[in-house]
Design a protein around this ligand. Structure first.
Ligand SMILES: Cc1cc2nc3c(=O)[nH]c(=O)nc-3n(C[C@H](O)[C@H](O)[C@H](O)COP(=O)(O)OP(=O)(O)OC[C@H]3O[C@@H](n4cnc5c(N)ncnc54)[C@H](O)[C@@H]3O)c2cc1C
Length: 309
């Protein structure tokens, strides 16, 4: 087969720097953020990320209420009041909001008074992108492609398929943690299209990924497929997407989103951190540490009779 020219591969390269990285199309993605982003190899947790979060937060788990969506946050002279869907009310001096910009933009949480205009602009400037995974388990390692005889385990591999079409463009990570598993990725508009298909796109995503695997291994990967699982972060009501992606010119909005309102409503989460780690666990973690310290400092000052800065 004739080697494709760089021009033939441009669409795939664009796909990799846009939808498969920042989870949105390039024309809706801040180039400043792409330039600053610290890309690197992913560390996978065999038991699943939730297990890690639970273990990490073991100490606070007894105080965590699951399945209790907050519907209203009121703040003012009498303090902060947080109301849940079951009409439970929690009162305090401060609140730290860590929901995604997708949830904030959805209006599922009513703020009273409404959040200031700059905060609303920040939420609008940092919409959620979409990156979905299809995880394929195979009965044999024979289906995994090699590059000049070398295994591609844990390498980010782009698949272009029909180079004239973007419909089958995707990325893969093969044999993570030494398993006969392939993780396929769909990003941006293509991910939204697929997720809208029946079963939140499970069959469509699986079919595309198996076809790609078959083309790469020059074998019938479908025959060795044991099972597949797919994510559907776009229709996940707790996130409304995968992670935030700054619109062109809106990277600085991350700092605006992170600013507390009236020294009462604090914000943290991946969207609140700078572009180095945007859309990542590291961003969520760092912003939470920052916001928590700011909040605690403010409480301390108030306790000492001083205003918060
Ligand atoms: C396909 C995919 C691949 C990814 N790959 C990587 C990767 O390789 N490396 C990496 O570091 N990151 C990766 N990420 C991103 C990472 O998962 C996120 O950046 C991180 O989870 C964001 O954490 P967060 O705490 O800001 O938000 P979330 O994890 O969204 O936490 C917000 C919490 O708020 C809760 N919530 C929502 N609404 C309400 C409400 N009304 N009331 C109360 N609680 C509510 C949610 O249930 C959730 O628990 C990936 C994400 C996706 C989707």
């Amino acid at each position: 087969m004739e080697e494709p020219s760089f021009k033939d591969l441009l669409q795939l390269v664009a796909m990799n720097s846009g939808p498969l990285e920042s989870a949105v199309e390039l024309d809706r993605s801040s180039s400043l953020e792409s330039a600053k982003f610290a890309a690197g190899a992913d560390v996978l947790v065999k038991e699943g990320y939730g297990t890690f979060v639970e273990a990490f937060g073991q100490e606070v788990m007894p105080h965590v209420r699951l399945n209790a969506p907050v519907t209203k946050i009121s703040y003012g002279a009498s303090g902060v009041s947080v109301e849940t869907a079951t009409k439970e009310r929690f009162k305090g001096r401060k609140v730290l909001v860590t929901v995604s910009t997708g949830v904030l933009a959805s209006g599922k949480i009513a703020f009273e008074p409404a959040l200031p205009a700059d905060k609303r602009e920040a939420i609008a400037g940092l919409p959620m992108g979409l990156l979905n995974k299809v995880i394929l388990e195979f009965s044999t390692a024979d289906v995994f492609p090699e590059d000049d005889g070398a295994a591609l385990d844990n390498t980010w591999v782009l698949y272009g398929g029909d180079l004239g079409s973007r419909e089958d463009d995707m990325a893969f990570v093969f044999r993570p943690m030494d398993t006969n598993t392939a993780i396929g990725f769909f990003g941006g508009d293509r991910a939204w299209e697929l997720e809208k298909q029946p079963g939140r796109g499970k069959d469509a995503m699986t079919k595309l990924a198996v076809t790609a695997m078959s083309a790469m291994c020059k074998c019938d990967a479908g025959k060795a497929l044991v099972k597949s699982r797919t994510t559907a972060w776009g229709s996940e009501s707790w996130t409304h997407g995968a992670y935030s992606a700054a619109l062109p010119g809106k990277s600085a909005m991350r700092g605006v989103l992170a600013k507390p309102v009236a020294h009462q409503v604090y914000f943290a989460g991946e969207a609140c951190y700078n572009a180095t780690y945007n859309g990542s666990f590291a961003a969520a973690y760092n912003s939470a540490i920052q916001a928590s310290y700011t909040l605690l400092r403010c409480l301390k000052r108030e306790d000492g009779g001083a205003p918060c800065k």
